[in-house]
Ligand binder design. Structure first.
Ligand code: F6R
Length: 266
């Protein structure tokens, strides 16, 4: 484990590089299972996307093998497409039900995903942030990293203080997500609701999962390049408790961080 804090020596911003994506999934699933075991009513912030599928598969395995009670866990997902009903197979509602909520035994009444079908979208966004506050805030937020440096659907240029809001998805993001829409007739939606960077930064702890060679260049930029709103994930370098869990392929463009960062124990 390597410290990648802005001030080398701060023990709270870490990078862990593991051999494979499956190792990353196992590691992150254990972190999540531990959070639930230690605090059964924990409030988790959750993500979707390809990087999270193996994480949730492992987490469901741990929930079952360790008989973890998830019925008191509260969850808030990062985002949802605008215009896809919750039963649509490519909606994030359906993804979460399939990969985690149903097999993991989560209480439907405690799981929250932005409502992309709301008539009044700005009001739905405001209510989402209010619900997060009402739940006491997010203890542990899980994030993936988009190919353009987005987190949630906070595309390049998003204001640092933005709360939950409606976004126009970039062509790059729509192209990247087209792989999930291959079988249906529905085109990738043009808009989504996302927790804002301000909402994400309020989480007390953040775990970012980055796997695969396709993420190597953006990960190197986000961790070592100039922080800028052109790469929204660079905002995470201002957060005090971020753990980057990456595989060797994703880490392949990183400079030898050990040379200028303090190694610290797991
Ligand atoms: C998903 C989300 C996105 C993804 C990111 C990486 O809820 O908010 O930011 O985490 O696009 O996606 P994958 O894991 O598919 O590469």
């Amino acid at each position: 484990m390597t410290d990648v804090g802005e001030s080398p020596g701060s023990a709270s911003r870490h990078l862990v590089i593991l051999p494979t994506g499956e190792d990353v999934a196992k590691y992150v699933a254990r972190l999540l299972a531990d959070a639930i075991r230690v605090q059964p009513a924990v409030c988790l912030g959750l993500a979707t996307g390809g990087s999270m599928v193996p994480v949730y598969r492992r987490l469901v395995g741990l929930i079952r093998s360790k008989r973890l009670d998830t019925s008191f866990v509260t969850t808030f997902n990062l985002d949802e497409y605008v215009g896809l009903p919750g039963h649509h197979p490519q909606s994030y509602h359906a993804y979460m039900r399939q990969h985690l909520f149903e097999p993991g035994g989560f209480s439907a009444s405690r799981t929250h995903i932005p409502d992309g079908m709301a008539e009044d979208l700005p009001a739905a966004c405001e209510a989402y942030d209010a619900d997060i506050r009402q739940a006491g805030g997010i203890e542990l937020q899980l994030l993936g990293l988009g190919p353009n440096g987005h987190i949630g659907f906070n595309e390049p240029g998003t204001a640092a203080e933005a709360l939950t809001h409606v976004v126009d998805l970039t062509q790059e993001t729509r192209r990247a997500n087209a792989r999930f829409f291959r079988t249906g007739d529905t085109p990738v939606p043009h808009r989504a609701i996302t927790m804002g960077l301000g909402t994400i930064m309020e989480a007390r702890r953040i775990v970012v999962v980055v796997t695969g060679r396709a993420k190597a260049a953006i990960l190197a930029h986000v961790l070592t390049g100039e922080p800028s709103s052109r790469y929204p994930a660079t905002i995470l370098r201002r957060h005090g408790h971020v753990l980057w869990c990456v595989d060797r392929s994703a880490a392949s463009n990183l400079p030898p961080l050990e040379a200028h960062c303090t190694p610290s124990p797991p």
